[in-house]
Design a binder for this molecule. Structure first.
Ligand code: ZN
Length: 103
């Protein structure tokens, strides 16, 4: 498992992608990564976190049901152009891509 996996504590744009609250993503060594951690914009994914929820529309992953619900209910809703691949989803939660189930 990579140790670069985090979740967004607030919505913000990371490298051109709009992250929603609770969304799991990987830091990509961008210039402001350290600042995001220091300012508490992001939280680290650790072994105790295992209730990941997939959006059935865009495959994004969230650290809990409430964040998935927030993602679906936000203004504008879940945007189709933000779809991520199953392989990316799998790598984010450290799973075998063939075993990723969209809930
Ligand atoms: Zn979605």
């Amino acid at each position: 498992m990579s140790d670069s996996r985090y979740f967004a504590k607030i919505p913000f744009n990371y490298g051109g992608r709009e992250l929603d609250r609770g969304e799991v993503f990987a830091l990509r060594s961008l210039p402001n990564d350290r600042l995001l951690i220091d300012l508490n914009y992001v939280g680290k994914i650790d072994a105790s976190m295992h209730t990941f929820k997939n959006c059935d529309n865009c495959s994004r992953i969230f650290v809990g049901e409430s964040f998935l619900i927030g993602h679906k209910k936000k203004k504008g809703g879940c945007l189709a152009e933000q779809i991520i691949t199953k392989a990316e989803t799998a790598s984010l939660i450290g799973a075998d891509p063939s075993k990723v189930v969209v809930e």
